[in-house]
Structure formats: structure tokens, C-alpha cells
Ligand binder design. Sequence first.
Ligand code: PSU
Ligand code: MN
Length: 287
Amino acid sequence: MNAPPVALESTVITHGLPRPVNLDIAREMMSAVRDGGGDPRMIAIINGRPRSGFADEVLMELAAREDVRKCSLRDLPLVGKFGDWGGTTVSATLHLALRAEIQVFATGGIGGVHRGNPADVSADLPALARMPGTVVCAGAKSILDLPRTRERLETDGVTVLGWKTKEFPAFYSRSSGLPVDQQVHSAVEVAEIMQQRDTLRLQQAILVTVPCPEEAAIPSAEIEAELMEAEAFALEQGITGNELTPYLLNRLAERTQGRSLVANRALLIQNARVAAEIAVAFSTLQA
Ligand code: PSU
Ligand code: MN
């Protein structure tokens, strides 16, 4: 059997992590996909063209350039028209992955409803509501309003699975106090759920939430104070729109002396590995 493709989201590399460690982490994610039996395909916009998988030199440039645009769905026609480079968010990656017939993708955290401003809802949520892919993530960061984000997933009919957990993980922290729809214990179980979704012709994504590895996780009480401060500062400075998430991530990395980066790296690698196992299980079922 050929190794099934596994898409990797690129905004986390271009905007979610500091240079130059972003390049190392991108490569580590690709290795983790290979270790899990998958074929890693990073999705990004190169010179205005959507690509799924590219040479290491291109990855190096993507990780190093300072003019890469953060691309949600609404940005895709623009980077195409103007020939720009783009890192794709969850919403844009989901669209491009499905278009390339890639069913499973790995990322860090999904976007959601922002705390300070509940009208700021990530394009990730409506995309998950109408694109039948499988997204492997560590939940969402508590820079977001997690209860509202969780409700919205339910309203939109997105099936939320917990990888060996009953709780929706909160990215750096393994717990949020919020439930998943179903705990799963293996990649085969996830693949069977994907198959049910497809048989029923449901158009929603399946979200597989994987808690950060224990040794790298940061307890929620510790991260909370830093987040409150960063949110307040962003509000005061008028940092909004698509700049808010990258801003909060950077500020947090500074304030936790790099511990948030350790957690981020560990969970990204783990998610890539789990995504590969799911892709393998799903392609075995389809065979
Ligand atoms: N959350 C993270 N790291 C990230 C992102 C979110 O912990 O890098 C990125 C993802 O690409 C996600 C996007 O799809 O931010 C959401 O941005 P916005 O809130 O502007 O929709
Ligand atoms: Mn937003």
C-alpha cells in the first residue's frame, strides 16, 4: 500500500511559531508523519499557487520570508491574483486539502470565538461546519472563549472526538472542563467514524482532539494570568482581526520563557503522528 497523504497546516509555521525554530518544527512534523506511515504534504500558497507538498528549499523559504500572508478562505483569491506567498489557516488548509483529495490533516489548535470580542469568530468554525475532512488538533487555546467555541462546534454539527480523553483539550493544557462528544482509543476507531460520516453524506468535519503530551503541558491556572494580561493589552492597543491570534501567541511565548514553545512543539509532533495513523487506518478500510 502506498503511504496515504497527510496534510499539514502552514500558518502555524509562518505565523504561529518564531523563526528559525519554525523550520525545525515543520521538518519534525513531516518526519512524524512518515514515522506514522503517512506521506506529509504541507499545504501553502507559493507564488500565488496552492501547493500540497513541496521541496525542502521551498519550505526553507516559506519559513524564512517575512512577507508571507496569513490566508484564511477569504484570502485565497487574493494571493492567487497577486502572486503572493501564503500560510494557510485551518479553514484554507481544509479547503485545499479536500481539493487535493487529502482527507486528514494535522495542525496545532483551531481558531474559535475570541474572548474580548465574541463577534470575532474564526473562519475555521464555519469551514469545519461544511467541509468533510478530519482535523487533528490539540483543541483550542484558552486565548479563546472555549465554552462559546465548543457550543459553536455543536451547533454546526462538527463531531468532536477526544483521543484517549473525555475532555476537550485546551492546547497547552490537557483539560478545559468541557466535554468531547466521544472518547476514542485508536486510529481504527476514528477511521470507522469517518466512514460512517461519509456513508451518511454528512458534510461536516470530524475534529480529533489530542491532549498535549503530559511532560510538556502547562497547567491552565499558570497560563491563565498571562493570557488575561495579553488579551487586555491587545484590546488597549487595538490589535484585532487576523493579527490578534499571532500577537497573543508571541506574547505568551515571551511571558512563559519559552515553555509555551516546548508545549507547542510537542503537541504539533504528536498531532502529525496521530494524523498519519488515522490516514493509514482510513485508507486500509477503503481498500
Ligand atoms: N491557534 C494556534 N496556533 C495557530 C493558529 C491558531 O494555537 O497558529 C492559527 C491557525 O492557522 C488557525 C488560525 O487556523 O490561527 C486562526 O486564526 P484566526 O483566529 O484569525 O481565524
Ligand atoms: Mn479573527
